[in-house]
Design a protein. Structure first.
Length: 285
């Protein structure tokens, strides 16, 4: 996975680009009618039940816009919220609060929705040893905050991007001339470039599971689009040789049954690509 420094750099890019996009050469709505010296206070109002996420990100946004703004946090990231809760107060320059408002709301609504859905899946897995993973099916440009939200909801991050882990999927295998050749070439590449990256290999059937197991150095096998019976068989075949992951159209109705097959992980793109924003608003006090 990427380092904390790299992750913070991603957050900095998201904030600076979003403010550039939204503010441009100035928030003329505020500049035209609110004195530069005016101060005020606003509250983050929760208007829907769920899991709150993005408070720490909001603090970074406010600091970027105006580091003199003061935030009083009442509810931390990861906590359950209900309609009518107040997550935090922000006070200081009225113009600065309004400049940061939209980015804070857009991010927190999206992050809270992801955290809420992730927590729902985590609860479905309770009592099993299986953990839920996100994927790279994220919104372009804001992957860092979406994956952060998954962690807040109790899930785990898969690789962050193409550069921090190797994942040999069906197309890689077919283009490389087969599973064994793909793994061999990958290991030669890692040695040649002096990189220490974990290798995940996707299997489409039990025959491919068998072939993957002939090669050493595979960190995890992706058991893709298998039925329950074949998943159980695959887990037994793999044993403790490497970790296992199920994926492919797994939803709230099937996730528990796949977990009971004994896989270590279940990955779901739906955590980030199929959510509806949690209703939040920033209101002047």
């Amino acid at each position: 996975m990427i380092s904390e420094k790299q992750f913070q750099q991603e957050l900095d890019i998201i904030i600076s680009n979003a403010i550039r996009e939204d503010v441009g050469d100035g928030d003329h709505s505020s500049l035209s009618c609110i004195p530069e010296t005016a101060t005020g206070k606003a509250k983050l109002l929760v208007k829907e039940d769920g899991i709150l996420a993005g408070v720490e990100f909001a603090k970074q946004v406010f600091a970027y816009v105006d580091n003199s703004l003061e935030i009083e946090v009442l509810i931390e990231d990861g906590q359950k919220v209900v309609y009518g809760d107040i997550a935090f107060y922000v006070s200081g320059s009225s113009q600065s609060i309004l400049k940061a408002e939209r980015l804070v709301l857009n991010a927190m609504q999206r992050m809270s929705a992801i955290a809420t859905k992730t927590k729902f899946f985590v609860n479905l897995l309770e009592g099993t040893d299986t953990k839920i993973l996100d994927t790279r099916k994220t919104t372009p440009g804001i992957r860092a905050i979406e994956k952060w939200a998954v962690k807040i909801g109790g899930g785990e991050n898969h690789r962050f991007a193409l550069y921090d882990m190797i994942m040999l999927k069906d197309n890689h295998i077919d283009f490389a001339g087969g599973i064994t050749n793909a793994i061999k070439k990958t290991q030669e590449y890692l040695q040649k470039t002096n990189r220490d990256l974990k290798i995940i290999v996707e299997a489409r059937n039990l025959t491919e599971i068998e072939e993957i197991l002939k090669s050493d150095g595979v960190y995890r096998i992706l058991i893709d689009n298998f039925n329950y019976e074949d998943t159980r068989t695959a887990v037994k075949m793999i044993g403790d040789k490497c970790l296992t992951e199920s994926s492919g159209g797994i939803n709230e109705k099937t996730i528990r049954k796949y977990a009971e097959c004994g896989v270590n992980y279940i990955s779901s793109g739906a955590l980030t690509h199929s959510v509806y924003n949690l209703d939040l608003s920033l209101k002047a006090v």
